[in-house]
Design a protein around this ligand. Structure first.
Ligand code: TRP
Length: 349
């Protein structure tokens, strides 16, 4: 039997180049060798983006983007989280074995709770703030139990491998802990302990265009797969640079290294080398570098963009894909949920 690989993306916006190189392009290769499930986490999106006007179109965008990037519904199971009601039930049951303390200590919770309360400092008094807060700002319990829901996504499918970025490592660690705890409390071997999965070695970190860190939705430094040609060129041309090398073989600053890294992902090795050499001998012109980079990114994103637009217009196809995916994912989820109910002593008369 093939090992089960599962991963999900929250439905909170469009997918960017970071998602593409970090996740999608790898998913496309994994689907040939593993029993893959890729889903759209719309319930997770509700913890921070409860917007009934946007939710469905966000789900639809990501679905179209998954398909346009090459995930094949005949090879992998593609589904929408909320189409699997068994997930919500297991979330309730698993929560009985999860401590509020361990959830409150989760880094992503502290970050998001601070944001919701408008607290800037990284003081660890967050617990006091949450409990003592009497204004109408509140931290919703769904945010606190985000890791339970994520663990359920994984455990209900008995997934072995979960390809996620570094920011999700802690959630995966909690998932393993919850699995172990459940198994040992009831004296069963129900849930396998899932591990992170970096298909093909080292994880790629895709930098943004603002000269600082990683490309990310909330950083506002993204190139989206759906970006129009003109928009994309403009973004790349405006990418942060520096004043240029003053003497031969100068060290490369972060903003320039970011552009080289993007080139590494999208340009030919010769092109990259040419610009690295030009940097080393101080003949580099950042305008040329950016023009070339925009060209090479477009070569990848434009065909995907066209497919996204086509697929988005094909509602019949989209609903066929999610119905088929939900059917497959539900069958497995229902089986696991039934096992859990029996193990926990929930029985029918
Ligand atoms: N929390 C993940 C993120 O924000 C999304 C996610 C939800 C997920 N459930 C999952 C990822 C299960 C992997 C497996 O990126």
């Amino acid at each position: 039997m093939k090992e089960v690989v599962l991963s999900g993306i929250r439905a909170t916006g469009n997918l960017h180049l970071g998602n593409y190189f970090g996740a999608l392009s790898k998913f496309v290769r994994m689907q040939n060798d593993y029993d893959c499930l890729f889903f759209i986490a719309d319930l997770h999106a509700l913890t921070t983006h409860p917007d009934p006007k946007m939710l469905h179109s966000n789900v639809k965008n990501i679905l179209a983007e998954y398909l346009a990037a090459g995930i094949d519904p005949e090879k992998a199971t593609i589904f929408v989280q909320s189409d699997i009601p068994e997930i919500s039930e297991l979330y309730l049951l698993l929560n009985m074995h999860v401590g509020i303390g361990e959830l409150m200590r989760t880094a992503s919770f502290k970050d998001k709770a601070r944001k919701q309360l408008g607290i800037k400092s990284d003081s660890d008094d967050i617990e006091k703030e949450i409990i003592g807060n009497e204004s109408n700002k509140r931290v919703n319990a769904g945010l606190l139990t985000y890791p339970t829901l994520m663990a359920v996504d994984i455990l209900i499918q008995k997934a072995h491998k979960v390809p996620v970025g570094k920011d999700q490592e802690q959630h995966l660690e909690l998932t393993r802990r919850f699995a172990r705890r459940f198994n040992s409390f009831y004296g069963v071997e129900l849930f396998p302990e899932p591990e992170n999965f970096n298909f093909g070695g080292t994880p790629v970190k895709v930098p943004g265009l603002d000269g600082s860190g990683k490309m990310g939705k909330s950083e506002g430094n993204c190139i989206y797969l759906i970006d129009e040609e003109k928009v994309l060129r403009k973004k790349v041309m405006r990418a942060v640079t520096d004043e240029g090398p003053k003497e031969p073989n100068s060290p490369v600053s972060q903003p320039i290294q970011n552009l080289f890294t993007l080139m590494e992902l999208t340009s030919s090795p010769e092109t990259l080398q040419q610009f690295r050499d030009a940097y080393a001998d101080c003949s580099i012109r950042y305008g040329d570098l950016k023009k070339q980079l925009a060209e090479d990114i477009l070569r990848i994103t434009l065909p995907i963009r066209e497919r996204i637009l086509d697929i988005q217009n094909d509602d019949a196809y989209l609903s066929r894909v999610v119905r088929q995916g939900a059917e497959r994912a539900r069958e497995r989820a229902a089986k696991t949920l039934q096992e859990v109910r029996e193990i926990m002593g929930i029985r029918k008369f």
